[in-house]
Design a protein around this ligand. Structure first.
Ligand code: HEM
Length: 142
C-alpha cells in the first residue's frame, strides 16, 4: 500500500508541476496572443492550445490523485485542520477561475475581443490561487 500511496504522491506532485509549468508558459504566450493583430493569431494558437492541454491534464491528475491519497493515507479529511480546508476552498476557486478562463478563451477565439480583458485578469489570478494551494498543502501536511 505504501508503494501505491507514494506512486500517487509522485503523480500528484508531477501533475502540480504540469499545471504550474503550463501556466507559467501561458503567462508569456497568452498576452502575446491577445495583443497580436487578428490575422497573426494563428501563429500563437497551436502553442497556446498545447500548453493549455498540459495544464488541464495536470489539473485532472491532481483532482484524481488528491482524493485517493486523502483516503488511502489519511483515512479521509477528519484528522486534518484548517490548512487542509483552506486548500480545498482554494482548489474549488481555482477550478472555477480556470473554467471562466477557458470560456473566455473560446469566446476570444470566436472573435469576441472583449474576452481578452478576462484573459488578462484571469491568468495572474489563477497563478495566485495555485500559489495559495501549494502554500496551504505544505502547511497542511507537514
Ligand atoms: C490544484 C490542485 C492541487 C494542487 C496544486 C496540490 C498541490 C499539492 C502539493 C504541492 C502537495 C505536497 C505537500 C507536501 O507534501 O508538503 C500536496 C499534497 C497533498 N494533496 Fe494536493 N494539490 C491539489 C489538489 C488536491 C486535492 C483536490 C486533494 C484532495 C481532495 C489533495 C490532497 C492532497 C493530499 C492528501 C496531500 C498529502 C500527500 C502526502 O503528504 O502524502 N490535493 N498537494
Amino acid at each position: 500500500m505504501n508503494t501505491v500511496v507514494n506512486g500517487l504522491l509522485f503523480v500528484h506532485l508531477f501533475a502540480a508541476a504540469m499545471g504550474v509549468g503550463g501556466g507559467i508558459a501561458m503567462s508569456q504566450v497568452g498576452p502575446r496572443l491577445v495583443a497580436a493583430p487578428a490575422e497573426q493569431r494563428d501563429i500563437w494558437w497551436p502553442l497556446a492550445t498545447a500548453l493549455t492541454r498540459i495544464s488541464l491534464i495536470g489539473l485532472m491528475l491532481l483532482l484524481v490523485s488528491g482524493p485517493l491519497i486523502l483516503w488511502l493515507k489519511f483515512n479521509g479529511p477528519a484528522g486534518l485542520g484548517g490548512w487542509f480546508w483552506a486548500k480545498m476552498v482554494l482548489v474549488a476557486a481555482g477550478v472555477v477561475a480556470i473554467g471562466v478562463m477557458e470560456g473566455a478563451k473560446a469566446r476570444f477565439r470566436r472573435g469576441d475581443e472583449g474576452a481578452g480583458r478576462v484573459l488578462h485578469a484571469a491568468g495572474p489570478l489563477i497563478g495566485a490561487i495555485m500559489g495559495g494551494v501549494i502554500l496551504c498543502a505544505v502547511f497542511a501536511f507537514n
